[in-house]
Design a protein around this ligand. Sequence first.
Ligand code: AMP
Ligand code: ZN
Length: 683
Amino acid sequence: MAESPQDRAAFLREELQRHERLYYGEAKPEISDRDFDRLMAELAAIEEEHPELRTADSPTQRVGGEPTEGFEQVEHTPPMLSLDNTYDQEELEEWFGRLTRLLPDTGFEFICELKVDGVSLSLLYEDRVLTQAATRGNGRVGDLVTANARTIRTLPLRLPAAAPARLLVRAETYMRRSAFAALNEERAAAGQELYANPRNTTAGTVRLLDSRDVARRRLDLACYEWVQPAGDSGERRPSHGESLAALADLGLPVNDSWRRCKGLGEVVAYCAEWQEKRGELDFEIDGVVVKVDDPELRDRLGATAKAPRWAVAFKFEAEQAETVVQAINAQVGRTGAVTPVAELEPVLVAGTTVKRATLHNYEDLARKDVRVGDAVVIEKGGDIIPKVVSVFEDRRGPESTPFAPPTECPVCGEKLYQPEEEALLRCVNAACPAVVREAIRHFASRNAMDIEGMGDWLVGELVGGGLVRDPADLYGLTVDQLADLKKTNDARLGEKAAARTVASLAESKERSLSRLIYALGIRFVGDSTAALLARRFRTVDGLAAASAEELEEVDEIGARIAESVRAFFDSERNQDLLRRLKEAGLEFEEEAAAAESEDGDGPLEGKTFVLTGTLEGMTRNEAGTRIKALGGKVTGSVSSRTDFLVAGEKAGSKLRKAEQLGVEVLDEAGLEELLAGERAGLG
Ligand code: AMP
Ligand code: ZN
């Protein structure tokens, strides 16, 4: 009797999942790779013909799907905090001392784990199916990278029946040294530039827009934290060690090198042991994470804004290596600061090829007396740029001469200026192409105005060719101007790419006030400070009018920032820039909508929306803002708790899922109706 496609698909899914487990989980494959691929191809063919049979947990999703245009964002609850660092035994003792001061007469047990050096992900299983994977982002809001995460072979797409209905787990995705080496070999064979290290490659991979490319990169995963629901039920909650064991029982990958340690002595021994053995691992670790085991004690210790008090990272010593300085180049930054960079003979440090090292500034360089041709020791610690720590002066040849700092800007030729009390040299030419280029790059960057297509090449062309002298010029660019830019001698950028960039520029006009403030590149104003300023002053004009005293009244804003903000708005050049940005139609006011949504009341209160596909009359961003303005919530993926799916043109998997789950689907007209309050029966 012929099997129905539905039954066959279900069978194949089960079979493939079983073989995946055998292969990746237990390293005991029962069938050849070839047969595995055959089963996979058969399932893919069935799903191709019957798209309704394609489920979120189908193994075919591991090979990646259609590219996306960008990532949706999700909020992390609870936030993904950072960890406080310690670097030696003394600092560990201090941390332990703090715990015992906070909770005297308490016996602490700790779980020590390897600190895998990758990229953290927050994974959500709903009804046992992986429905969301998000990057840490700024800790409170991250990018939804679910399709990319599904390609991680060791990550189960579905959990066994023993799993709770909802499970939130935090994990590190990383690339094994072996996978990284294989990737670089492939690239070398193809004549492509090599990747620098597994960690950065992982970070880049997780954020690729085409999940099929992610699938080829072979990321791996280590789960380290089961985020338990708040403990108000009176039930005994599992200790951290128990929860790690439970995660592993559910088939989630947990690195099994963790150990329960009683007291600080055992913790110190664990750290020392792994500092010694780290080279034996097929992946990079940059330290150990020490965590309090007991959930009650964790609750009582709590967290600071930045990190939990119940955990600490013990960072390994930076790794050092010897190499030779081939050249010392000058680099011009966004603020015109000129800094020396050592170009090195490439050298392997802790599994990473290092080709450049920072020399901080010319004073530092002179103090260390680093010269071209010198043999030096470089050091790489965490994610900081490698630095030159010392010089072998005795190995110099007779022709060696001290390095002379530049007197002119290497980019524009302007005479460099040495501000008093600063160790830096500066190019004060505000029109210096290097300065403008960096300013534009910053303005267009992801956390700022997030302008797609505005990569290094394009910015270089626009600034180099004199089309753009400041960010306001971007908004005057036309498709024709961009399309004509020459990528190579015989290839132009082209209409399509040009139109996309112009559209993205137009879209960027709607970015929030806090992004705009950040994008301006005011010294000392990072994205969180920008958010504070936006919240307090509400408009660009309000901020521009604020006195230094008023600025300093804002929590977390000190004299240094206040002064820098004042100086920025006092500059006539900047006033002109702002005037032109305003004329271009950028968002100069904090939308009332955004403020209201925090309170979450309005006619759509309690309603959850998901937006998908292309809308005609508004962007998805706009739609989201309007929904939030009325008290609704917008999330990234469809689940049984979604109230409405707003589906535009070319809606895909989300629409299918909504239909499967019986979620109400609105088209654009339906949404308009709802937003206009013309629809009865809500609430
Ligand atoms: P940091 O980024 O230095 O503040 O360290 C925090 C990061 O360490 C987390 O966001 C994770 O990405 C990473 N990490 C790696 N292994 C672990 C672990 N076992 N427990 C907690 N965090 C870990
Ligand atoms: Zn210059």
